[in-house]
Design a protein around this ligand. Structure first.
Ligand code: DNO
Length: 360
């Protein structure tokens, strides 16, 4: 595996490349052209400039998170083809710049959903949290205003004001769109982009739905092992793969994370590692990465990744806000650096144990 940190670009991130470079074992970032709207073309010049900036700081780009998919593609509207053409051209330009992993999601309207961005934990840190009760008490248009006060002045991924201005209209368009429609539209999209992915060896890594169930009655399909395997079979190409996100799939306690990891051998192209602390199955908060601080067994998760020979980029996911830092919720420097170091430690121990037992 290759340890990375997500970086939103110098215009948007409170964390600098210079800081990232000092985290032990982090030599690459996962980044994006954050200002781009879904469906817009990324030119080779723009990608090249981003790459030069990262390289000038002594780091590399291990992949893109995200190239967002236009809603018309998810909706299967006739206008989707022009947006898919742009997507293909963007992938081609990324390939020409030697970038080979792209994370994306296929969630209608909302990307990830949390109902609190700064829930206080007993140690005084603040974290993102979710309760189903809070979602059920809101109409979707209120979602943004209910949490925007805690964004620390940042633009959060998936919650860009331009996108959310259209929430009501989007909900109208999704009326009557079923899960099966979403499957069909995802298949169409993947089949169209696979040739360019093969040509430039670009591994597509779909991000699971977060939380792993329908919110506000919208269809959601990337939620569990069965559906992930259906997706892998539906377009059976190694370039059609997964971002294994423990914090998203793990929202559903019925998902057995190490088992899902093992079942996706060869198709996990990116990993997000995060821990959650459950108070009930529908009330949880994000915790420190350490197993004992949350509800997941991080050793078993990292061991499963090791056992399947995972060699792609991995990143610590949402960190707590600690030590007085003011940053994009989930994306401060300090707790993610602690997370990277912890995951590196687990990996080193697992690897050394394995090598020793083989040499016995
Ligand atoms: C949240 C992230 C998601 C993820 C997208 C991928 O913090 O994990 O926004 O980047 O779903 O497209």
């Amino acid at each position: 595996m290759q340890m990375t940190l997500r970086w939103y670009g110098s215009k948007y991130d409170t964390v600098t490349l210079e800081q990232i470079r000092q985290i032990p074992g982090v030599h690459n970032v996962i980044t994006t052209l954050y200002g781009k709207q879904a469906g817009e073309l990324w030119t080779q010049e723009e990608i090249h400039a981003l790459k030069q900036e990262v390289e000038a700081a002594g780091l590399g780009i291990a992949g893109i998170e995200s190239v967002n998919v236009h809603e018309d593609i998810k909706l299967g509207l006739p206008s989707r083809d022009q947006y898919i053409d742009n997507y293909i051209k963007t992938l081609e330009n990324l390939g020409k710049e030697d970038i080979h992993m792209v994370c994306y999601n296929f969630m209608p309207v909302f990307d990830w959903t949390r109902t609190e961005l700064a829930r206080k934990r007993p140690d005084g840190s603040t974290v993102l949290a979710y309760t189903q009760e809070a979602v059920d008490a809101l109409v979707p248009e209120e979602m943004f205003s209910s949490i925007s006060g805690d964004m620390n002045g940042t633009v959060m991924p998936g919650w860009e004001p331009e996108r959310l201005a259209h929430v009501k209209e989007l909900f109208e368009k999704y009326k009557g769109v079923t899960e099966e429609d979403l499957w069909t539209n995802l298949k169409y999209f993947l089949e169209r982009i696979m040739p360019v992915c093969n040509q430039y060896d670009i591994k597509m890594a779909i991000h699971p739905d977060d939380p792993a169930w329908s919110v506000f009655g919208l269809p959601r399909i990337i939620t569990c092992k069965e559906n992930l395997l259906r997706m892998m079979d539906m377009v059976d190409d190694v370039h059609n793969g997964v971002t294994l996100c423990t914090g998203s799939l793990g929202t559903n306690l019925e998902n057995d994370l190490p088992d899902i990891i093992r079942s996706l051998k060869g198709r996990i192209h990116f990993a997000h590692v995060r821990n959650l602390k459950f108070h009930s199955p529908t009330n949880f908060e994000e915790a420190a990465h350490l197993s004992s601080d949350g509800s997941f067994d991080m050793y078993e998760i990292v061991k499963a990744l090791y056992d399947i020979g995972f060699d792609g980029p991995i990143r610590p996911d949402h960190g707590r806000m600690i030590w007085g830092e003011k940053a994009m919720p989930g994306y401060g420097l300090y707790d993610r650096a602690l997370g990277a170091t912890y995951i590196n430690g687990l990996w080193e121990a697992i690897e050394k144990n394995d090598l020793r037992s083989r040499n016995k």
